[in-house]
Structures are given as structure tokens and as C-alpha cells.
Design a binder for this molecule. Structure first.
Ligand code: NOJ
Length: 551
């Protein structure tokens, strides 16, 4: 039988913003449990849950203080076990998020490190180094935090004097661990087994392209990252995408394969080029990886076709299934990204997908988001849906400064608006007295404010409503589950003109996408299975519309 992860549609649950069952204004596991039937009915195959472990929340849970427990705000282990088993009863696989590049500064290992001497075994689990300069007052090298500022913070010795510096490629609350240390390897291997033993079907691996570092911790200098696609990767970056990281995944794969059925991994690998991503998907490493080249691609046929071809070619070479994704908790929501002039959006993601200064046409964004969903779900391989995409949620772009939570906003002094706008608690009903069904009545204010008109996007507004985004997703997922051509497999391009992407999936299904400004004729006699917008009265495919056809 074909492995499930080669064609699965995985729904990303961001627990803080999904459903708040206990009324504290933050989503929780009881809330997820209450909506599992909704997810099964939507037609997805798996759910991926962002970190739910104990955390001081310096980076919304990506700063884990105990990998084998549950953050009390979200629930407890018994609740997690119940959720896993209920998901399985509904036929949903469960993927958790593992964060192996860094721990929280409240993790027992880091606390031990801080209270131990320089050069001690406890410090060797992290990167502690003396500073440069006469008094050690300068960071050990030129590495920068991904969120802005230096990647080093100076610790304080027991006597109160400034001490060594420690490395953190993200916030200071997320110290990087030393993967050369056998205790670190053991800690994470034990964590994988802990959750696999509880029935979890796989892990999404945070910053999977990080982890190992140049032993010399040499300066980055003028190293251009990501390495442009037309250049060979002949010199390794000091801390991203290093050759020795693959060894870790070979060990992890062996652990996943010990289980029956085998567990699966999906890597978060932002390396800017699909050949480098595919290297992680060799048969003895990870199973899948997010396709960020697709996620960042502007809504332009040439660009998308190049990304699709490149993805399929590089993945086929290593025998891996391609994946497709339009959004997640780190990037601008697709409905708002597609609302902008696509010639002006930044396909490198260097601006993290925020295009606020460009004029937006929200209706056009919705139209393209619908077309993009049908394109994504027709491509060969697996796909990801970030919560709220099935409701067409836009990015919330007018959060006031006092509402901001994301360290990216704080570490850039507000230069980068951060990722809060895609993390707003979901609207389930149109009732503002319950935070639009996110919380029960009389609950605390949600952890991020919802816009006053948020109810218009809600489940209850869209449920059963012809032409709603939700009903489009439901129909598409139902067809996808049923039709043998969809999911894993191959694709043949059809020649349909320069503003159209059209391809055939076997057996007998075609997907047509019109990127142009005028309607295009569809093949005569083809039967329409589903389209993202009504065809013209004459049966042509309107602009920014995708159709699935039986030729
Ligand atoms: C990627 C996660 O998706 C993001 O939310 C987080 O801030 C960083 N990794 C650091 O863990």
C-alpha cells in the first residue's frame, strides 16, 4: 500500500488560536478535541499541531522548556492522549512539532548551564563562548538572530559579573543546543520515542536546516544566503544547511522505522532552492518537507510553472513525494498576498511575505486564493492547509502596536510587522460576545484582538453557503479523496497558451488555471468537476479561476 504521507492533506492547527474551550482567551487542547469532527468532515487526512509543550512563550511555544509534557494553558498529558485517540478514531493522523535547534532558556539543561562554570559539561550542551574585546564585551562572532539583532547574549556569572556569551539564532529565550553533545542527541531521541509510543504519527521538524554549526563558529562575513540557485554550494554556511545535519536525520529515520506503522517526518527547510530541500528527502532521511518555493511564488504562470517543474524534478530524483503549501503561522495569509500586484511581491521571502505598502484588492485576493487552492490540491503529492485558509481569512494588517506579541516585531523595533496578523483567533460563529465562537460566553479577551467584522468569515456564515470558500474546500477535498488521479503521481503539461497553466493527471483528470485577463475556452466535451468561480455563460474559464475537468 502507498505510504499515507505521499498524498495526505494535512491541516495545521495553531493551538493558541484554534478554539478556547476554557475561556482564558487562549486556545487549548479541549478546544481542538471539540473541533476534530469539523476537521474530519472537512476531509483532511492529518493534523499538525504547533508546539503544545510547557513554554514561557518567548516565541509562541517555539521555546520549549519540557519536550515531554503539555503547557498548562493548553491542557495536560491526559488531554493530549485523549485528543490523539479521538483523532485516530475519526481517521485523522496526528503530527506534532519538534523544536531541536534550540530549547527555552527555562529548560532544565539551560538552567544547569547558567549555574555551571565555563567549560563544564552542562555548558557544553549549548554554545557558550567568551566575548571578544578587552573585557569580553563584544559578541564572539558576527552571527545575527533571525528576528534581528546579534545572535549572542551575555550571561552573568554567579558572582554577578558579566560572563560568557551564549548563542541564539532566534530570541535570547531560545538558546541553540550543541548537536555534537551526545546528551542532546539522546534528549531528542527520547522525545521522539516518548510521543511515538503515545501513538503520534509523525513530527514536523522546526528549523530542520539548522542544528549543526561550524565547529570554529567562524564569521559569516559576506556569505550570500540563501545560496542562489545558479551557484553550486561549494562552501558551507556556518550555521544553515550544513552537510553534517543529514546524519541526524538518518538516525531519526531509523527510529521512525522501528514503529509499526512507521512514523513520518516533515522538515521545515527554508533554504531557497529545491535541490537542497530534496537532499533531506533521500530514502534514509526525512519523508517530506514543506515546499516554501511554492508558498512564496507570485501568482504568475511562468514563475509557478518553473517552481512546479523544479519541485517535481528534484523530488523525483530522490524518490520523494512533492508537497504544496500556501500559508502557515509565519507568513502573510495567501488571500492578502494574492490581493497585491504579483509583479511586486518578493518571491525570495526576504521580507517574510509582508506587502503592506502595496495597494490591495481584497476581492481579487479571495478569487486567486480560491484558484490557488484548487491548483495546489490538483498537483502531485501532499498538501498543507493552515487553519483559516479554508475560510478565506485575510491577514489582519491593522493590529495596534499595543496588541503585538511576536518577537519579530519587538526585535526589529517595529520595522517588521511580524506574524501576529496571520495568527488571529479563528471565527467559528458571527457572535461577537463569544469572540466569534472562539471562546465560551463571558471569557477573557482573546490573546490577539479579532477585527470587528471577523464574523463574516466564520464557519456558521459559510457552512452550506453555495460559493463559500469553505464549501469549495470541502468539495475539492471530497473529490481528491475519491479520484484516483489526485494525490501522489505524475503530471503532464498541456499546451494552453501563455497565460494558462493546464495539466493532466492520470487517469483522466485535467486542471486548468487562467492567469490572464480574458476568459479562455476549455476543451470541448470536457465535463466540469469543480471550478473556483462559475464559468462564463459560454462555458469559458474566467480570469484567476481554476477548473478541474474530466476530459
Ligand atoms: C520556525 C517556526 O515556524 C517559527 O514560528 C519559529 O519562530 C522559528 N522556527 C523558531 O523556532
Amino acid at each position: 500500500m502507498q505510504a499515507w504521507w505521499r498524498s495526505a492533506v494535512t491541516y495545521q492547527v495553531y493551538p493558541r488560536s484554534f478554539v478556547d474551550a476554557d475561556g482564558d482567551g487562549v486556545g487549548d487542547i479541549a478546544g481542538i478535541r471539540s473541533r476534530l469532527p469539523y476537521l474530519a468532515d472537512l476531509g483532511v487526512d492529518a493534523i499538525w499541531i504547533n508546539p503544545w509543550y510547557p513554554s514561557p512563550m518567548a516565541d509562541a511555544g517555539y521555546d520549549v522548556s519540557d519536550y515531554r509534557d503539555i503547557e498548562p494553558v493548553f491542557g495536560d498529558l491526559a488531554e493530549a492522549d485523549a485528543m490523539i485517540s479521538e483523532a485516530h478514531q475519526l481517521g485523522l493522523k496526528v503530527i506534532l512539532d519538534i523544536v531541536p535547534n534550540h530549547t527555552s532558556d527555562q529548560h532544565r539543561f539551560f538552567r544547569q548551564a547558567l549555574s555551571s562554570d565555563p567549560g563544564s559539561p552542562a555548558r557544553d550542551r549549548y554554545y557558550f563562548r567568551p566575548g571578544k574585546g578587552e573585557q569580553g564585551e563584544l559578541p564572539p562572532n558576527d552571527w545575527r538572530s533571525t528576528f534581528g539583532g546579534p545572535a549572542w547574549t551575555r550571561s552573568t556569572d554567579a558572582d554577578g559579573n558579566p560572563g560568557e556569551w551564549y548563542l541564539h539564532l532566534f530570541t535570547p529565550g531560545q538558546p541553540d543546543v550543541n548537536w555534537d553533545n551526545p546528551e542532546i542527541r539522546a534528549e531528542f531521541e527520547d522525545t521522539l520515542r516518548f510521543w511515538f509510543d503515545r501513538g503520534v504519527d509523525g513530527f514536523r521538524i522546526d528549523v530542520a536546516y539548522g542544528l549543526t554549526k561550524d565547529p570554529e563558529l567562524s564569521d559569516i562575513g559576506d556569505f550570500v544566503w540563501p545560496v542562489p540557485v545558479d551557484r553550486p554550494v561549494s562552501v558551507e554556511h556556518p550555521h544553515w544547511d550544513r552537510t553534517d545535519v543529514h546524519q541526524i536525520y538518518r538516525q531519526w529515520r531509523a527510529i521512525a522505522d522501528e514503529y509499526d506503522p512507521p512514523r513520518a517526518y516533515c522538515g521545515e527547510i527554508w533554504v531557497g532552492r529545491s535541490d537542497r530541500v530534496a537532499a533531506y528527502l533521500r530514502p534514509d532521511e526525512l519523508h517530506t518537507a514543506f515546499n516554501f518555493e511554492f508558498l512564496l511564488a507570485p501568482w504568475l504562470p511562468d514563475h509557478l510553472r518553473a517552481v512546479i517543474d523544479d519541485t517535481i524534478a528534484t523530488h523525483t530524483e530522490v524518490g520523494a513525494a512533492a508537497t504544496w503549501v500556501l500559508g502557515n503561522h509565519d507568513v502573510c495569509r495567501p488571500a492578502s498576498r494574492f490581493a497585491r500586484d504579483q509583479h511586486q511581491v518578493d518571491p525570495t521571502g526576504a521580507t517574510f511575505g509582508y506587502f503592506r505598502d502595496l495597494p490591495a484588492d481584497p476581492a481579487l485576493g479571495q478569487r486567486r486564493a480560491r484558484a490557488a487552492a484548487l491548483l495546489m490540491l490538483a498537483l502531485p503529492g501532499a498538501a498543507y492547509i493552515y487553519q483559516g485558509e479554508e475560510l478565506g481569512l485575510p491577514e489582519v494588517e491593522d493590529l495596534p502596536a499595543e496588541a503585538m506579541q511576536d518577537p519579530l516585531w519587538f526585535q526589529t523595533d517595529g520595522q517588521n510587522p511580524g506574524r501576529d496578523g496571520c495568527r488571529i483567533p479563528l471565527p467559528w460563529t458571527s457572535d461577537p460576545t463569544t469572540s466569534f465562537g472562539f471562546s465560551p460566553a463571558n471569557a477573557a479577551t482573546p490573546w490577539l484582538p479579532q477585527p470587528a467584522d471577523w464574523g463574516r468569515w466564520s464557519l456558521t456564515e459559510q457552512d452550506g453557503a453555495a460559493g463559500s470558500m469553505l464549501e469549495l474546500y470541502r468539495q475539492a477535498l471530497a473529490i481528491r479523496a475519491d479520484h484516483p488521479a489526485l494525490g501522489d503521481g505524475t503530471l503532464q503539461w498541456l499546451d494552453a497558451g501563455e497565460s494558462v497553466l493546464a495539466f493532466r493527471r492520470d487517469p483522466r483528470l485535467e486542471c486548468w488555471v487562467n492567469f490572464g485577463e480574458t476568459p479562455v475556452a476549455l476543451p470541448a466535451q470536457a465535463q466540469l468537476l469543480l471550478s473556483s468561480a462559475p464559468l462564463t455563460p459560454g462555458g469559458s474559464l474566467p480570469p484567476d479561476t481554476t477548473a478541474w475537468l474530466l476530459p
